[in-house]
Design a protein around this ligand. Structure first.
Ligand code: KMH
Ligand code: ZN
Length: 276
């Protein structure tokens, strides 16, 4: 399951940070495209996308989602993953409609988690429904696991529903969310030790100050990386992130030093078994 090259996913925006709190957050289509181009050049091969409306608020508007997928495909070769998690306020039925925008990949969180003061809701019937629809639409899910219970839920899902579209099973361990598993090397190792046998690759991300320890743990453990302003707004103490490509560049640099250089987009497609 460990890999010579590193898949670097950039999650540039997210749905929980306000533009007014982080003016460098890419929220317009132009900013997203510019970000995608620069992050691909810096070593990313997949983008995990949330979009915003004209007021910079999170939206799951179909037209905007489709336009964003199309624009990023036109300007980059990145694997385009749309978030089906949306924001903590998005209703489940609307989150299912994200697949209508026909991304290469979609996030699929395997259970409910406390999310700071909020709840990120993923009841089991919703998880199964989203999974079945991803298979029907030939979209490769990335299983987002915020807790060890989600690892067990993934095993249940794969055992009862079979393999996803494409046959590869890629997991992202999201650590350091207040309410989920901590952003530590120990938590990453525990989650990896519990992964079901169908899993073919895994990445990890650490929220906030857990970003770097988790990056190091993932690379050392043979995993891949997710970085970006969705997860972390601070490059170093007292120094805010100015652009997502800084986080990608640093991840690529560390990965290269560890003899795990960034994957090309072609290698990422082969790893994930996406359709196009
Ligand atoms: N915004 C979080 C509540 C995902 O993209 O699938 C959920 C999230 C996960 O960001
Ligand atoms: Zn997300």
């Amino acid at each position: 399951m460990s890999s010579a090259a590193t898949l670097i996913t950039v999650a540039p925006t997210g749905a929980e940070v306000a533009k007014s709190d982080a003016p460098q957050l890419p929220t317009t289509l132009e900013e997203l495209v510019e970000t995608a181009v620069r992050c691909e050049a810096a070593g990313a091969s997949m983008i995990h996308l949330h979009i915003r409306d004209a007021d910079h608020r999170p939206t799951l508007d179909h037209g905007l989602l489709k336009a964003s997928v199309d624009a990023i495909r036109e300007t980059t070769d990145l694997v385009v993953q749309l978030s089906t998690g949306g924001s903590v306020h998005d209703p489940l039925d609307l989150r299912l409609t994200v697949l209508d925008a026909e991304p290469d990949s979609c996030s699929l969180t395997c259970g409910t988690t406390n999310f700071g003061d909020d709840v990120f809701l993923n009841p089991w019937p919703f998880v199964v429904q989203l999974y079945r629809q991803s298979v029907e639409r030939e979209i490769v899910p990335e299983f987002e696991l915020f807790d060890l219970g989600h690892v067990a839920a993934l095993r249940r899902l794969l055992d009862t529903e079979g393999l996803p579209y494409g046959g590869a099973v890629h997991v992202d361990l999201v650590t350091g969310v207040p309410g989920g598993m901590p952003g530590t090397a120990q938590a990453v190792a525990a989650a990896v030790s519990m992964l079901p046998p169908q899993v073919t690759s895994w990445s990890a991300t650490g929220i906030g100050r857990t970003h770097l320890p988790v990056l190091a743990a993932a690379l050392g453990g043979g995993g891949h990386l997710r970085v970006g302003m969705e997860d972390n707004l601070v490059y170093a103490k007292g120094r805010p992130v100015q652009h997502n490509d800084e986080l990608v560049s640093r991840a690529a640099e560390v990965a290269t030093i560890l003899q795990r250089p960034p994957m090309t987009t072609t290698q990422a497609r082969e790893l994930l078994h996406v359709k196009r």
